[in-house]
Design a protein around this ligand. Structure first.
Ligand SMILES: [Zn+2]
Length: 94
């Protein structure tokens, strides 16, 4: 009985379909948008560009959401903070 259960689970994991497990759906590995696009210049005076990296409350999205590499996530964070300082992005939205 217990053996059967284990086998089922193993089969599920090893059926070649990595997207099968509902817990890990849509966990496709992202490539950093800034690394892959050489023409992409992060500009703190461009709030439209930076809006992609904040949520509706104005918070900076985490790396797992932006898909940025450590270096670029840092650049994004600094740019957003500068943009907030010059009042082109909100610190918080209701
Ligand atoms: Zn990058």
């Amino acid at each position: 009985m217990a053996d059967k259960k284990q086998n089922n689970r193993r089969n599920r994991v090893n059926n070649g379909d990595e997207d099968y497990n509902p817990k890990f759906r849509k966990m496709r590995k992202k490539v950093c948008a800034l690394c892959s696009d050489k023409d992409f210049v992060l500009d703190y005076k461009n709030p439209e560009q930076l809006r992609k990296f904040i949520n509706e409350k104005g918070k900076i999205l985490p790396r797992r959401a932006t898909g940025a590499c450590a270096k670029h996530q840092r650049d994004i964070t600094v740019a957003i903070k500068r943009c907030r300082h010059i009042a082109m992005l909100p610190y918080a939205e209701n």
